[in-house]
Design a binder for this molecule. Sequence first.
Ligand code: URA
Length: 226
Amino acid sequence: MLNAPAYALAAGRENRVIARPPQLARPEGHAPTLAQLRAEAASCTRCRLYERATQTVFGEGRGAAPLMLVGEQAGDREDRLGRPFVGPAGHLLQAALEEAGIDRSQVYLTNAVKHFKWRPDPRSRRRLHSRPSASEIDACRHWLGWEIRLLRPRTIVCLGAIAVRGVLGVTTPLRQLRGTVLELEGTRVLVSLHPAAVLRLPDEEARSIAFAELVEDLRLAAGTET
Ligand code: URA
């Protein structure tokens, strides 16, 4: 029998093979403290997203949290308030955390991309969310990599494909990875749906199925499955 490479060995539900070995983001420089990292990130110019964003939205939550949730990027509300997951997607995430029996104050919440990427809506004054490019996600892996190394969470949940790219450096379809538990450098990494993607689903039934999947993944991540 062939020995499967470590990255193809997925505990959890089913084994799935990933084309390229995922690797936790590798930051540069000497280890800062989390407070130093946050201060440095506030003046980040690693990509051009800072030019149109109000501020860097750094991670927040329990410092020594066993569970880290990584989202995609700050949204409009997060950009204004300077905190992750405080808009509509954050409300849905909060509901999913409650349903999974997880206290938000016990987790560390952050994003793969720490500036809001947006374009003007030609019909209104709204700022429309734009998807960050691979190079923007990769530029931000420096901050995420240090957050992971400094906090050493037992489990990381990647919420959506951008988080997967940020945490693991791979571009693998989400549905292929969802439900898989990877073990990387002593950290468990799980992939789930992004709460905003759940919100965007067109009908009630699809939304409630996707919400249940998100809750199931969060339970698996926190070890609160029943
Ligand atoms: N979506 C994200 O991925 N992160 C946030 O902080 C808000 C919305």
